[in-house]
Design a protein around this ligand. Structure first.
Ligand SMILES: Nc1nc2c(ncn2[C@@H]2O[C@H](COP(=O)(O)OP(=O)(O)O)[C@@H](O)[C@H]2O)c(=O)[nH]1
Ligand SMILES: Nc1ncnc2c1ncn2[C@@H]1O[C@H](COP(=O)(O)OP(=O)(O)O)[C@@H](O)[C@H]1O
Length: 202
């Protein structure tokens, strides 16, 4: 199977610490450019949060189901994060690519490494918080985590922030301090791909 598209738009990988603002930026982008982006819906074993929809935000599955998908070679990558399993299925990407949309993947740093071993050839963007202190505050204010899962995320964030500094891992690192500024930066790197998709629709 070939996920590297010869002619279609290049996929985009968004990574960065939990709480850095990936979902916020992504939702804004998908809203402003309706019919341009498609989200690669990952599998996860974590519990849905209030407001999250199965099949839209994630495919919420049991560990058994996740293992089955891994064993059947249905995933292009998978990782353990903060005590839960996450993975990207081939079909989640193919569903988006079949519609000629820019496929957006939201994965952790392990996912970035594993995707680099595939032929997907995405644009790699890291969203980073201004500081650990601000990250912790945002995660606390989001009110989605227990103290335990919060601490695990902060630990993972330290590792992510360290690894993301490495030269050549990301095409672009955006510090999400002021949301509007971060969003403009994100848009400006994607504008060429966005225009390609918009032109193809004309
Ligand atoms: N490797 C990998 N990471 C994923 C996948 N889906 C989500 N993640 C990452 O898992 C981490 C936790 O995601 P989530 O539980 O939704 O929490 P949130 O990022 O704080 O909203 C984040 O860093 C996501 O980028 C996936 O399919 N593969
Ligand atoms: N630039 C920003 N300034 C202040 N708060 C922000 C900013 N960006 C995101 N947030 C808030 O921080 C929290 C974490 O953002 P979120 O998009 O859920 O992160 P991620 O998807 O990377 O885990 C959310 O409550 C969000 O509203």
């Amino acid at each position: 199977m070939n996920l590297g598209q010869m002619s279609g738009p290049r996929p985009v990988v968004l990574s960065g610490p939990s709480g850095a603002g990936k979902s916020t930026l992504l939702k804004r982008l998908m809203k402003e450019y309706e019919g341009v982006f498609g989200f690669s819906v990952s599998h996860t074993t974590r519990n849905p949060r209030p407001g999250e929809e199965d099949g839209k935000d994630y495919h919420f599955v049991t560990r058994e189901k996740m293992q089955e998908a891994i064993d059947n070679n249905e995933l292009i990558e998978n990782a353990e994060f903060s005590g839960n399993m996450y993975g990207t299925s081939k079909s989640s990407i193919e569903d988006v690519q079949a519609q000629n949309l820019i496929c957006i993947l939201d994965v952790d740093i392990q996912g970035v490494r594993n995707i680099k071993e595939t032929d997907l050839n995405p644009i790699y963007i890291s969203i980073q918080p201004p500081s650990m202190e601000i990250l912790e505050q945002r995660l606390r204010d989001r009110k989605t985590e227990t103290e335990e899962s919060l601490q695990k995320r902060l630990e993972a964030a330290r590792i992510d922030m360290e690894l993301s500094k490495e030269e050549g891992v990301f095409d672009l690192v955006i510090i999400n301090d002021d949301l509007d500024e971060a969003y403009e930066k994100l848009k400006s790197v994607l504008i060429e791909e966005i225009q390609k998709v918009q032109d193809a629709k004309k």
